[in-house]
Every structure is written in structure tokens, then in C-alpha cells.
Design a protein around this ligand. Structure first.
Ligand SMILES: [Zn+2]
Length: 412
């Protein structure tokens, strides 16, 4: 495997406010093995001059669904498994080519797919997964239409279905243990209504406190955490009261709840570009005016929720939550977050903070000795122009994962 020395780089991973200039970074055997302020002597390594360019860790997305092959969840749920898996291979390759070298799947991904990525059978980011998410009967992501008289189990073995329907403390425990047995690295629970759904409105809570506490105890036993879907302030507060540490969306959080969240050290993963993308693509998606109105309402509150959480000191992570043909909107989240957050916080959300939530601090999301050589090169300064991270990552001149280039437009 080739060794590389990146010379004269401005390194930016969020560990300082401005980054460090004139750094030299050596990559050997897929690992960053030296970061120095002096030139590194290595006659065998390929040398690449990064003067005037920014070297960042590969991006991390903490909220994706690799098996969401179709833009409509109910279509994905009904798709043949092999078709879903083939779509997924293309979806993860797309993510890698947009600069994402680590992703956290929050509902759907399976161990076989993770192995395919790890062994190089397919190309894509590093994957952390929870297996199926859990949803109560009739909850957000229950794939059954109102008129359908079919059992909850019908969709459990469908790859394209992000969740499994479980009700009651005993069933929740058994299901959590089963997903952990199958390689789940954390537990995902739908704890409230959907962003713009009518059947399960966002103001509704899901699961009893006893059920939420049962999930949390199972996570504690397996030395991991519970991640919940929650939009309303009440749903977020209930989850925090049960000890839950990872909360998705958080669109309607109040300053009071944000203060509790920060105090407990819980992580937030908003997904604002998911609403924005659906608004932009409303015609192609066949959305009616009411649905677009509801999406706009949630989208408009996104930046405000970021401000509230940032002020309170909540750790914020990058999330996107795109489905089907909407996946290329993944990097739009950076542009949107810059409406409310300082650029360095936008960067931390996809580097240091996200690495912690992916249970790989020091290994990903950082340019430091001992980390995987997952990096992107940008011609310019994202602190001055955050849109360099947007636009499907087209401004990235190089994308490296595990010491191998997947994109390289650098002269050497
Ligand atoms: Zn999601």
C-alpha cells in the first residue's frame, strides 16, 4: 500500500477555532501516523503539496438510511430485498463520493452489508448501524396504510423497511436484544410523530416511559446508547428523563429542554436538509400543497432550533436523512446550518462531535496520529465559505478513505 506525505497543509478538524497552518501529515498502511509542523523525511512516500489548500477529516453523517432505496418509505418497504441491497450499494458509493467516509445508519442496515463494505466487496463509507429501528403500532415508520388489515410482522423481514413494530416492555427488550445480537451497535427508537405526517403528527409522543426505560436499560447492559426520533419538545424531554443520550431532529426544542440536554451530555442530530429537499422536489415527489406547507413549517424552525441548542451548549452532529433520489442533497445540510451556526460549529458537527456519536473518537473525524487516513482536500477555506462543503462535495479535490484515494485531482 502506498505511503503519502501531505506537505504545507492547513489542517482543519475542529480541534481549534482556526485550524493549523503549514502542517505535514504522513499516511502509512491506511493510518495517519504523523502530524508535524516540520517537514517529514520519508523517501519512499508519495509527496503531495497542499499549499493554500485545506485538509479536513473525511465527513461523518450521523443520520442516514442506506436501504431507503425509494424516496417514498412505503415503496422501499415493499421492494424485493435483493433490489434494495443493489440500490444500497449505489447509495453508499454516492455518499463516499460526496466526501462522507463514515456514516451512522439509524434504521435498516444489516451486518452483511457492513461486511461487504469492510471487505471492499462494495465501495462506501465506514458504517455504524443499529439494525432495525423500533416503532410502536401506528407510529412514525409503521409502513401499513390505514386501510390495510395486515399484521405488524408482515414487513419485519423486508430490507427496505427501516423499522420493526414492537409494543410492550417485554417485546421491546426482546427486540433490542435481538438487534444487538445481529450486530446493532446502538438502539434506535421512534419516540414521537413524523415531521410532516398526518397519521402520526409530530406533536404526538410514542412509547410509554416504561418502554423507553426498558430500551435504555438494554442499551446500558450492552454498554451502548439509545437514539430516538423526536421533533416535539415534550418527546425530547421524555427521552432525556429516561436517560437517552442521542436525539434526532429536535426541531421544536425549547431553551429549557436544551439546557437539560446539555447538562446530561446528550447529542442532537438535526436533519433540516431532508425537509428542504422535499420542498424543492415537491413536484417530482407528487406532494400536495398541505404536505409542502407542513414541511415548510418544520424547515423554517430548523435554524432557530440550532441556535437554541448551540446557545445551551448541546453537542450537535451532522445528519441528513435523505431517501431515494434525494440522497444527493446530503451536503446541503452544511449550507443550511450556516444560517444559524458559526462555520467552525458546522465543521465540528461532521468531525469531532460526530466521531463521538459513532463511537470512534480519535479514529475518525480527526487529523491526528493513530486515526484512519480518511481525509478530504478543499481548494479554499470552508471557514470563509461554508458552501465549499455543499453542492454534493464537488469542490473537494481529493477524497481518501483508509489511505486510498477515491477521488484525486491533485497534482503530484
Ligand atoms: Zn431517519
Amino acid at each position: 500500500m502506498d505511503s503519502f506525505v501531505f506537505e504545507n497543509a492547513r489542517v482543519l478538524d475542529g480541534s481549534s477555532d482556526e485550524g493549523e497552518y503549514d502542517r505535514h501529515v504522513r499516511v502509512s498502511e491506511g493510518i495517519i501516523d504523523e502530524v508535524s509542523d516540520k517537514p517529514i523525511k520519508d523517501t519512499n512516500a508519495i509527496r503531495i503539496d497542499l499549499k493554500g489548500k485545506t485538509l479536513m477529516p473525511g465527513l461523518i453523517d450521523c443520520h442516514v438510511h442506506v436501504y431507503s432505496a425509494a424516496e417514498d418509505p412505503s415503496t422501499s418497504s415493499r421492494m424485493p430485498n435483493e433490489l434494495v441491497a443493489l440500490h444500497a450499494a449505489r447509495i453508499v458509493k454516492g455518499m463516499l463520493m460526496r466526501g462522507f467516509t463514515t456514516i451512522r445508519d439509524v434504521g435498516g442496515a444489516t451486518l452483511g452489508f457492513k461486511h461487504a463494505l469492510e471487505t471492499g466487496l462494495i465501495e462506501g463509507p465506514r458504517l455504524i448501524m443499529c439494525g432495525k429501528a423500533f416503532v410502536q403500532s401506528g407510529g412514525h415508520t409503521d409502513p401499513r396504510e390505514r386501510g390495510e388489515l395486515i399484521s405488524a410482522e408482515t414487513f419485519n423481514n423486508q430490507l427496505g423497511n427501516v423499522s420493526k413494530i414492537v409494543d410492550g416492555v417485554d417485546e421491546c427488550r426482546r427486540a433490542a436484544r435481538e438487534e444487538i445480537r445481529k450486530g446493532g451497535q446502538f438502539i434506535k427508537v421512534m419516540a414521537g410523530g413524523g415531521a410532516a405526517q398526518l397519521r402520526m403528527p409530530r406533536s404526538w409522543n410514542a412509547y410509554s416511559m416504561d418502554e423507553l426505560r426498558a430500551f435504555q436499560e438494554e442499551a446500558d447492559n450492552a454498554k451502548t446508547y439509545v437514539c430516538v426520533h423526536a421533533h416535539s419538545d415534550e418527546s425530547i424531554a421524555r427521552a432525556l428523563a429516561c436517560g437517552i443520550k442521542s436525539i434526532e431532529h429536535c426541531t421544536l426544542i425549547t431553551p429549557e429542554t436544551a439546557a437539560i440536554m446539555a447538562g446530561k451530555g446528550a447529542y442532537s442530530t438535526p436533519t433540516i436538509s431532508a425537509y428542504e429537499a422535499q420542498i424543492v422536489e415537491a413536484d417530482r415527489l407528487g406532494l400536495d400543497a398541505g404536505a409542502v406547507e407542513r414541511l415548510k413549517w418544520v424547515r423554517d424552525r430548523g435554524p432557530e432550533s440550532l441556535e437554541i441548542m448551540h446557545k445551551a451548549g448541546v453537542k450537535i452532529c451532522h445528519g441528513s436523512d435523505h431517501l431515494g433520489f434525494l440522497h444527493p442533497y446530503q451536503n446541503l445540510e452544511f449550507n443550511i446550518r450556516a444560517e444559524a451556526l458559526p462555520p467552525i460549529e458546522v465543521i465540528r458537527s461532521t468531525t469531532l462531535n460526530a466521531a463521538e456519536l459513532c463511537l470512534m473518537p480519535g479514529k475518525v473525524g480527526t487529523i491526528a496520529a493513530g486515526a484512519y487516513a480518511d481525509m478530504i482536500v478543499i481548494d479554499g477555506d470552508p471557514l470563509k465559505d461554508i458552501s465549499l462543503l455543499g453542492n454534493e462535495g464537488k469542490a473537494f479535490q481529493a477524497i481518501m478513505k483508509g489511505g486510498a484515494f477515491y477521488k484525486n485531482e491533485l497534482a503530484h
